[in-house]
Design a protein around this ligand. Sequence first.
Ligand SMILES: Cc1cc2nc3c(=O)[nH]c(=O)nc-3n(C[C@H](O)[C@H](O)[C@H](O)COP(=O)(O)OP(=O)(O)OC[C@H]3O[C@@H](n4cnc5c(N)ncnc54)[C@H](O)[C@@H]3O)c2cc1C
Length: 453
Amino acid sequence: MFDLIIIGGGPAGYLAAERAGHGGFKTLLIEKRFIGGVCLNEGCVPSKALLHSAKIFDYAKHGESYGVTTTGASIDQKAVIARKNKVVRNLVAGIKGQLKASHVTVKEGFGEILGRDQGVIKVKVGEETFEAKKLIIASGSEAIVPPIPGAKEGLEQGYVLTNREILNLEVIPKAMVIVGGGVIGLEMASYFNSVGSKVTVIEMLDKIAGPTDREISSILQKNYEKKGIIFKLGCKVTGLPKGAVEFEDGGKKQTVDADSVLLSIGRRPVTAGLGLEKLGVLVERGHIVVDDIGQTNVPGVYAAGDVNGNWMLAHVAYREAEVVINNLLGKRDVMRYNAVPSVIYTNPEVGCVGETEESATAKGMSCKVASISMNYSGRYMAENANGDGICKIVVDPVHNRLIGCHIIGNYASEIIVAAAMLIETEMKIDDIKEFIFPHPTVCEIIREAIFQL
Ligand SMILES: Cc1cc2nc3c(=O)[nH]c(=O)nc-3n(C[C@H](O)[C@H](O)[C@H](O)COP(=O)(O)OP(=O)(O)OC[C@H]3O[C@@H](n4cnc5c(N)ncnc54)[C@H](O)[C@@H]3O)c2cc1C
């Protein structure tokens, strides 16, 4: 008999298991594929390893802007993938070590809920049945494969890819079409553009990067158009025959050549086959419904990470898992989503947190916006030849607080957390003005933007 069973060993599941084990819970973690989940094995970490190789290659190719001349720079895609695999292996080994240190029992296989009998939850893995008082479902999400003619055949034959396959491509395609201009699509567009593919991004909406601030999306798009990526916005893909992508642009049928096609139109929570109905767990629009401590409608049954459909981000999954475990260990803790940073690891990077002017206005909030060039930061200027980044802050003038910050420019990924902390702690603008920022850092841009108000 376990205190806690967790289904799914991604960021939500492994962090919950570590914390629960550390807190003295007898914990079982069930994983059907790889410990580390999508994030470590086929998402966040491998994509960032690839993008870093691309960044080094870009610096090598364009070093002359910084007085550095290189000749013969080339990319070895097999070596890039091998390095990525090594990074993943090391990180996964680290997680396994932490689980062991927390005395977590790990079971490989598909976890299926059998039901609850006199307060005891039963979960089957293969021929074995395990019992526990509490259950966390952390089964994550999977890529949506749209019912476009050719998609299924393409996946079978290998010319259509999801995130799973693209991160293992050992041959750089001459022409790559990316269906979906959201975060995953843009990061992969960035990588394959840097390493020499002719990249076309086809997006149904009239802008890239989903809910990102419109001005920032537009700067990102212009940066990539300059680098040669073709964007087809407001277009619908209608067919994926081998070697091409068919789409409609303003009612007109068009075709673009493609050796490889990435499907990145979104992800959906994984709930099939879990046996949720055996416990009566409420699922709405494909995701498990949870309250602010991560509990489902069934007492003692929790869901954390992508499967609850709140935010499909690894750092949110970590925090949701932490909130569930804190409550299980007797410490009251609740989820708040008003200061979730999100990053696009393109080159330039984009980092956003909180309200945009558009979203604040749509919610009827009064807001004041300051927008400045990233060139106000000495370090940004020193490191980004011809950089056209901006930092935009959104302030609630009634309470004199920061409610949003949106940055395009390198290091945005690393500095956005500062803005998130200012939002989360509801710090007054006048107090922020008294902070001393290290100089010269790109982070000083937040201080500069605040002083523009
Ligand atoms: C290409 C790509 C890049 C990304 N980049 C970022 C990024 O830079 N930053 C970021 O924050 N997020 C990023 N994400 C999103 C991030 O990967 C997810 O938000 C995160 O992995 C969610 O964690 P999770 O624990 O909820 O689920 P997952 O990581 O999906 O893990 C769920 C695990 O559950 C297992 N499982 C499912 N059902 C069962 C079952 N019945 N029995 C046993 N095991 C089961 C699965 O095998 C899986 O290992 C990226 C995603 C992709 C695809």
